[in-house]
Design a protein around this ligand. Sequence first.
Ligand code: UDP
Length: 375
Amino acid sequence: MASRTVLVIFGTRPEAIKMFPVVRALADRAGITVRTCVTAQHRGLLDQVLSIADLVPDIDLDLMEPGQTLDRLTARLLTALGGVMDRETPDRVIVQGDTATAMAGALAAYYRKVPVAHVEAGLRSGDIYHPWPEEINRRIVAPIADLHFAPTQTAAAALARENITDGVHVTGNTVIDALHWTGARIAADPLMAAGLDTTLARFAGKRIVLVTTHRRENFGDGMAAIARAIARIAARDDVAVLFPMHPNPNVASVMDAILGDAPNVARIAPLDYPHFIRALGACDLALTDSGGVQEEAPAFGKPVLVMRETTERPEGVAAGTARLVGTDEDRIVSEVFTLLDDKGAYAAMARAHNPFGDGHAAKRIAGIVADAFGL
Ligand code: UDP
């Protein structure tokens, strides 16, 4: 039988982290030709991951444009991805998660009646404005896809509530595959993550709070409240804040204005994945509005305080290792101080567990894709 072509599409840092294990697993399957297309919706952050994962995309659309509106981004993605599909004529398209790239990729495939598989299917916050616009992006992919790779039973149940039960497979989240693969590489070559040596030496003896923030719905007042909270947390002598900063100007401008050069705050450039994993291992707790960090921190037994009102990843909250704290300045400060000062409260949240996967999700996904081709 002729080889079947799978077009794997992604464009942002989290998609690349979660897709590279899938690309590798598909490439290991006889009878499947993998073609990778990056939209480069986030150029620099995407390239960091491509380089660590030794992944050279077959097609690079380079569509990032500073300040472009969601309308323009979506229109450009749809047109460009449609063109790619016309040239590549894939037998299947695979998208990941909830980005504009995933939504436009699924839609362009649908317009050509090419079957779509959705990696990390079934995440729902139930609120179309949190996270915005991701909640709608992923809901648009769902009725188009014929294969839904739900990371957890909770995600599969969310799909069932939308009457999507055919083609749903609980595979685990591929982020845990990425974490294991990268962790093994760091263990073999610690120099891969040695760039943090100086900062961690400077913070020796202090409790480290790892901060990331980039959510669109937190821009403006939310970001200013987060900045003021960080300043109050870092005012303690026994605490240091490690803050790899997202390049979005809506984050940097506010942090510059409010945090300035606070001595206990290491505001650093976005870390590549091995360095970020090391940071997660080195911190005492994570304060974040990221989706991926909510999935990774439990694997390290690190408490996560989530600066959002809702989460589409309730598994950590249900297990007691994550807590939603929103973006109220006083609430953030008091939740962080409770974890730093109350040993019992800390111990209750600092339990290593892996509700999001066992590190073998990508292999399962590749097997199901091969089965769907009858290979
Ligand atoms: N991450 C990284 N370097 C950083 C911050 C985050 O490699 O400086 C990784 C992190 O490990 C996680 C992913 O980026 O896997 C999360 O991406 P982000 O928070 O940008 O997006 P979200 O997960 O919220 O969609």
